[in-house]
Design a protein around this ligand. Structure first.
Ligand code: ADP
Ligand code: ASP
Ligand code: MG
Length: 437
C-alpha cells in the first residue's frame, strides 16, 4: 500500500480534481491524502480573523466568495446529476456550518480550528463522490477519527496506527481510501491541525502508521529543485536525496516539503517520492536512505531570521557561559538554528521572535547584546563530509561579494549555512546557482 498526497494546486479546480482522480484510480488500493483547494485555507484564516474582530459582514462576504468558488467547481466536476446533488449537499452543509459561527457570541481558537478544517473536509467529500461516480468503491477515512496529537502537541503515532488500522479493517473491501491532510484532534479531543502546509506531515504519519511501501507527495513541480524556483531561473530537479539532505532543505526553506514530513519516513525507512501532478511521467525526486558521492546538491533559503550576539569578557576561559545563554532560550521555548562562538562572545539565530524582548532582557545579565533583524539563512546542502576537500570553498567563493554575518559548517555532514541580510538573498541564491550547478 502507498500513500499519495495531493497539495492545494493539484486539487485547485474541477479540471485538476478530475485529473487527480484519473491518476489515483488505476494505481490500486492506496491511501490518498488531500489538501484543501488552493487559496481555501487562506480564505478560512481570513474568515476566522473577521470573526475574532466581530466584523460579521467581512466574514459573511468572504464566506460567500469562497462558497461561490466551490459551487462553480461542482458545476463541471461530475458527469451525473446525482453526484453533483450529493456533493452540493456536502459543500453547502460545510458552508452553513462555517456561517453558524457568525451568530455565536464568542469566537475562540477552538472554533477557528474547526473553520480551518473545512477545506480538507470538502476536498475529501468531492473526490470520494467523484471516484464513486466512476465506479470505484472509494472510502473516506475521516482524519478526525484517527489523526491524534498528544499532550505535548506532537502526533501520537501509536494512537494513529491503532485508529487507522481499525478503520482499514472496517472498510477492507474498499478499492481506494481518501483522507484529509492537515487536520487532527488534540489530546482534549478538539479539532486541531498540524500547522500550515502540514498535509505533507499527515501523509508521512499515515505512511508510517500503515508501514507503506512508499509515500508520494504530488505537487505542482517535478521534484526538489537544486535552488528555489521562485527566485532563480533555470533550476533543475535533483533526482535522489538522502533523508538528511531532504530534511535540511525542507527546514531551510524548500517549500515543496514541510520540514516535519521527513522524520516519520526516515525512522520507518519508507521512501518519499516528490512528483508533479501536471507531469506525472517525470521522475521527480526519490528521498531515501542512500548517500551518493561527495557533492553539493541544492540550495535553500530560510526567511525571517534574527541574529543575537552576546559579547562578554566573562566568557574568556570560563565555563558555564554558553549553558546560561542556552537556558535562557530554552526557558522561552525558542529554538536556535545557527551558532558561532569566539573567545569573547557567541552569535546565534532564531526564527521565532515572539519572546525576543524577554530573552534579550535576560541575556543582558551575561553580556552586551546586539540584535540583527531581517536576516536570511542560506543553506547549501549535499553530501559534504569534511574529509572531502573543496566543497565549502566553492560555496564561499560564490558569495565573495555578499556580506556574510555568520557561517556554520560541521554540525552535520549535509549542510553549510550562511547568514546574510534579507536584501542580499536573491543575489546570493543566483550566485550560488551559477557557481555550483
Ligand atoms: P502543495 O500545495 O502541493 O503542498 P507547495 O506550494 O507547498 O505545494 O510546494 C510547492 C512549491 O514549492 C513549488 O511550486 C515551488 O515554488 C516551491 N519551492 C520552493 N523551493 C523549492 C525547491 N527547492 N524545489 C521545488 N519547489 C520549491
Ligand atoms: N491546507 C493547508 C494549508 O494551506 C495544509 C496544506 O495544504 O498542507 O496550509
Ligand atoms: Mg505544501
Amino acid at each position: 500500500m502507498k500513500v499519495l498526497k495531493f497539495g492545494g494546486t493539484s486539487v485547485g479546480s474541477a479540471e485538476r480534481i478530475r485529473h487527480v482522480a484519473d491518476l489515483v484510480a488505476p494505481r490500486g488500493k492506496n491511501i490518498i491524502v488531500l489538501s484543501a483547494m488552493s487559496g481555501t485555507t487562506n480564505s478560512l484564516v481570513e474568515i476566522a480573523d473577521y470573526l475574532y474582530k466581530r466584523n460579521l459582514n467581512g466574514a459573511k462576504e468572504t464566506i460567500n466568495i469562497l462558497e461561490s468558488k466551490y459551487l462553480k467547481t461542482l458545476a463541471t466536476l461530475y458527469d451525473r446529476h446525482e453526484s453533483r446533488e450529493m456533493a452540493l449537499r456536502e459543500i453547502k452543509s460545510c458552508f452553513n456550518y462555517i456561517r453558524s459561527f457568525a451568530s455565536r457570541d464568542v469566537f475562540t481558537p477552538v472554533e477557528e480550528k474547526i473553520i480551518l478544517a473545512q477545506g480538507e473536509i470538502m476536498s475529501v467529500a468531492m473526490m470520494t463522490i467523484l471516484l464513486n461516480e466512476r465506479g470505484y468503491h472509494a472510502e473516506a477515512l475521516p482524519a478526525l477519527d484517527f489523526m491524534k496529537t498528544g499532550e505535548n502537541g506532537e502526533p501520537d503515532s501509536n494512537a494513529i496506527a491503532l485508529n487507522l488500522r481499525a478503520l482499514l479493517d472496517k472498510y477492507a473491501e474498499a478499492d481506494i481510501y481518501i483522507t484529509q491532510g492537515f487536520i487532527c484532534r488534540n489530546h482534549r479531543g478538539e479539532v486541531d491541525n498540524l500547522q500550515r502546509g502540514g498535509s505533507d506531515y499527515s501523509a508521512s504519519l499515515i505512511g508510517a502508521a500503515v508501514e507503506a511501501e512508499e509515500i508520494e507527495i504530488w505537487t505542482d513541480i517535478d521534484g526538489m529543485h537544486n535552488n528555489d524556483p521562485r527566485y532563480v531561473e533555470g533550476t533543475r530537479p535533483v533526482h535522489e536525496l538522502h533523508y538528511e539532505e531532504a530534511a535540511e532543505l525542507a527546514y531551510f526553506g524548500a517549500k515543496i516539503l514541510h520540514p516535519t514530513c521527513v522524520l516519520p519516513a526516515k525512522v520507518n525507512n519508507i521512501p518519499l517520492r516528490l512528483l508533479n501532478t501536471m507531469e506525472p511521467e517525470a521522475p521527480g525526486t526519490l528521498i531515501y536512505n542512500s548517500i551518493t558521492g561527495p557533492s553539493i546538491k541544492a540550495v535553500a533559503a530560510k526567511d525571517n531570521v534574527t541574529a543575537v550576539k552576546i559579547k562578554s569578557s566573562r566568557m574568556l576561559l570560563a565555563y558555564g557561559f554558553l549553558n546560561k545563554v542556552f537556558e535562557t532560550f530554552e526557558k522561552y521555548r525558542t529554538p536556535i538554528d545557527m551558532i558561532a562562538t569566539s573567545e569573547v562572545g557567541v552569535s546565534l539565530t532564531v526564527d521565532s521572535a515572539r519572546f525576543l524582548p524577554e530573552i534579550i532582557d535576560e541575556l543582558k545579565q551575561f553580556g552586551t547584546v546586539t540584535v540583527d533583524r531581517d536576516m536570511v539563512i542560506i543553506a547549501v546542502v549535499g553530501n559534504l563530509e569534511w574529509t572531502s576537500p573543496g566543497l565549502e570553498t566553492r560555496a564561499l567563493k560564490a558569495l565573495h561579494d555578499i556580506p556574510v554575518r555568520m557561517i556554520s559548517y560541521g554540525g552535520s555532514d549535509f549542510n553549510i549555512s550562511f547568514l546574510i541580510r534579507a536584501c542580499d538573498k536573491v543575489a546570493a541564491l543566483n550566485r550560488l546557482s551559477s557557481t555550483l550547478f
